[in-house]
Design a protein around this ligand. Structure first.
Ligand SMILES: Cc1ncc(COP(=O)(O)O)c(C=O)c1O
Length: 384
């Protein structure tokens, strides 16, 4: 038996979601733009999905634009706002954003957009002074700050960021958040925080891969990334992924409903696992917020002094524990984690952070086995 502790990378599809997904795939859904019964069936699924997501997250239905997932939603938010803002516009993001935000901002920078980097401290928390400095930039069109970090488990104090943005009064930029990792793991108060754009993805919460959405305040001007048939009220062309959208909506609804019970369970597991790790390796270091502070309870990122990240992950895999080094995208390459570097860790440390991320299906037995496997494996890989 293997223990899967890489839920921040992707999650197994939930049984209820799988059942609905298969039902929808078999329902002979037409093209949602079609005017026949098959088309109307698809349209009903898409409309119902929009309604469910809006209701679960407390935003009007018009906010929901379905996308192929978090990467597209992030690209759309950043490019959509900046392309519309004209020359001289600036963008600000934190230094620990997912690559789909950071690389997009870098690409915009290469094409003449001013790009401000908001710094974080060693726990991964946004530095208020750096945020204020970025916000004072003339022509700042968009601020993108993730709700929760996929590598460190740090959660942004969104109400605090909101009040710092409010200090700008009428000069406030649009505010986007990548809430892909926060959904289902940390409360989301989109309306209270005054967000303008929010990215979400289904496969991190037991939904299918390749579907998600961008929530956006309808009044704001964003240039569509995909143009063509004018679906999604012109915001995102392409035949709607009706079955995927139906499955995504159910996954979002369930994730929001279950978050209050899931997080405390994960915190208990996290404490147990961390305790087991410390028994075997007393000088192991927890990256990100302490277990007593607000954080994603499901995410433990650990540095083992002297361990080489890739061989540790490979060895754990052989022993039946599936984990990763920082973000999934970089685990194939030998690059250091930009998140750990931004948090002030050395290049060497930024190549060795072991990420263990739990999910809805993680059991107490999994945590127990993971502790055993870690103990056994670390004896072999750590210098004596
Ligand atoms: C914080 C964050 N944003 C965006 C994404 C990308 O989402 P998707 O895989 O749906 O493109 C991920 C997952 O890789 C993520 O962890």
């Amino acid at each position: 038996v293997t223990v899967y502790l890489d839920h921040n990378s992707t999650t197994p599809i939930r049984p209820e979601v799988r059942e609905l997904y298969i039902e929808l795939l078999d329902a002979q859904l037409g093209n949602a733009s079609g005017s026949h019964a098959a088309g109307r069936r698809a349209r009903a699924v898409v409309d119902d999905g929009r309604e469910r997501i809006a209701a679960a997250l407390g935003v009007p239905e018009e906010w929901v634009v379905f996308t192929s997932g978090g990467t597209e939603a992030n690209n759309q938010a950043l490019r959509g706002v900046l392309d519309n803002a004209g020359s001289g516009a600036a963008i600000a993001t934190s230094t620990v954003e997912h690559s789909s935000v950071l690389q997009t901002a870098l690409d915009l920078e290469q094409r003449g957009t001013k790009f401000l980097r908001v710094q974080v401290d060693q726990s991964g928390k946004i530095e208020s002074d750096s945020l204020r400095e970025a916000l004072a930039t003339p022509g700042l069109a968009l601020l993108s700050i993730m709700t929760a970090n996929n590598e460190s488990g740090a959660v942004t104090p969104m109400a605090e960021v909101a009040s710092i943005i409010d200090e700008r009064g009428t000069e406030r930029p649009l505010w986007h958040t990548d809430a892909v990792q926060a959904l289902g793991k940390s409360p989301l108060a989109i309306a209270d925080w005054g967000l303008d754009l929010v990215s979400l993805s289904a496969h991190k919460i037991g939904g299918p891969q390749g579907v998600g959405c961008l929530l956006r305040r309808p009044g704001i001007g964003i240039r569509p990334l995909l143009i063509g048939g004018g679906q999604e009220s012109g915001a995102r062309s392409g035949t709607e992924n009706a079955a995927g959208i139906g499955a995504c909506a159910l996954a979002v609804q369930l994730a929001v409903e279950e978050e209050p019970t899931l997080s405390p369970r994960h915190l208990t597991f996290a404490n147990e696992l961390w305790h087991a790790v410390r028994l075997h390796v007393p000088d192991a270091k927890l990256v990100g917020p302490s277990l007593e502070s607000p954080r994603l309870a499901n995410t433990l990122n650990i540095l083992f002094p002297g361990a080489e990240g890739h061989s540790l992950v490979a060895r754990l895999d052989l022993e039946g524990l599936e984990a990763s080094l920082g973000s999934a995208c970089s685990s194939g390459a030998l690059e250091a984690s930009h998140v750990l570097l931004a948090m002030g860790y050395s290049d060497r440390q930024a190549r060795a952070g072991l990420r263990l991320s739990m999910g809805r299906t993680t059991s107490h037995k999994d945590i127990h086995s993971a502790g055993d496997i870690l103990g056994k494996t670390l004896q072999h890989v750590l210098p004596k």
